[in-house]
Design a binder for this molecule. Structure first.
Ligand code: G1P
Length: 312
């Protein structure tokens, strides 16, 4: 853990620090059917590493190593990925293939993982209720399992620092095209004395064209006050008939004791739950990699300028 992160994380016992992460991964992955019929979308590879490992690495990079995954049916491959695979490890050790052996063991040694099953996919709010007994009475981080934040644009450490300053809950917000706001939770906001922090005064889940209070979209990182659990319990089904975290946070946004703030994020984010963004993520990663990048970039440039034009 970097020393500045460690320093930020040593605080007073009266202001408990975030130590736990919840990653909800119980969704059906409908947009990727039929591929998600038997395989969770979170295990889809971004070249040679599954999406979920990037999310777990992001938590580990800010020193959060106690992670609870809220899973569902067909999610066993996630548990297998973060467990040791003795057969592969022994075979690689026999061959003396230390590089692959390190990579295979990395995911198992990174963090401490716990699992709870959601039973039925009744929404993000409902998924979080399944985490209540593990989380207890402390603020905690929530990372959506298909949302990737580029490690060069750190967000989570900033959100934790903002939660420590303002208390309550913190959401991550990103400006989106007004035509896309119906895909997100949308926040009504007011400025604070920090340029990248806003007070959230209301939230609407996936608003219609006339309902959106802004173009500030909620993206998949949250630091939540434990009071959210009681609020979720009192939250009825919302958008899509599901128990929405957005609706519970909308309730909390009117609370003085546990307000909701937003960190405005303008860095690189990839929504791997969206098919086009999934492909874009792979292309970008391939272009940036030292081992694949040079050849791949040359091929891509030729493909776009020549092959693609000819085959249209
Ligand atoms: C969820 C949340 C939504 C948020 C989005 C970010 O929606 O309900 O408020 O804007 O994640 O990715 P989902 O994409 O799971 O439908």
């Amino acid at each position: 853990m970097p020393s500045e992160v460690r320093r930020e994380r040593e605080g007073s016992p009266l202001n408990p620090h975030v130590t736990k992460v919840v990653i909800p991964v119980g969704g059906l992955g409908t947009r990727f059917l039929p591929a998600t019929k038997a395989i969770p979308k979170e295990i889809f590879p971004l070249i040679d590493k599954p999406v979920i490992q990037y999310v777990v690495e992001e938590a580990a990079s800010v020193g959060l190593t106690d992670i609870l995954m809220v899973t569902g049916r067909n999610k066993r491959p996630l548990e297998d990925h973060f467990d040791h695979n003795i057969e592969i490890e022994e075979a690689l050790a026999r061959k003396g293939d230390a590089a692959h052996l390190d990579q295979v063991c990395e995911s198992s040694d990174l963090v401490t993982l716990h699992y709870v099953r959601q039973g039925a996919p009744k929404g993000l709010g409902h998924a979080l209720l399944c985490a209540e007994s593990h989380v207890g009475n402390e603020p905690f981080a929530v990372l959506l399992g298909d949302d990737l934040i580029d490690p060069r644009d750190p967000l989570l450490a900033r959100m934790i620092a903002v939660q420590e300053r303002f208390g309550g809950s913190v959401v991550a917000l990103m400006e989106v095209d007004p035509r896309d706001i119906h895909l997100y939770g949308c926040a009504a906001v007011a400025p604070t004395d920090e340029a990248d922090v806003v007070r959230v005064t209301g939230l609407v889940e996936k608003p219609g064209p006339d309902e959106a209070p802004s173009t500030c979209a909620v993206i998949g990182r949250f630091v939540l006050h434990p009071g959210i659990f009681d609020v979720i319990r009192g939250t009825g089904p919302g958008h899509g008939g599901e128990i929405q975290l957005t609706d519970a946070l909308d309730d909390l946004s009117r609370s003085r004791a546990a307000p909701v703030h937003g960190v405005l994020f303008s860095g690189r984010r990839y929504d791997t739950g969206d098919r086009a963004d999934y492909v874009r993520t792979i292309v970008r990663l391939a272009c940036e990699r030292d081992d694949l990048g040079p050849d791949f970039r040359a091929w891509l440039a030729a493909f776009v300028s020549h092959d693609f034009q000819e085959t249209r």
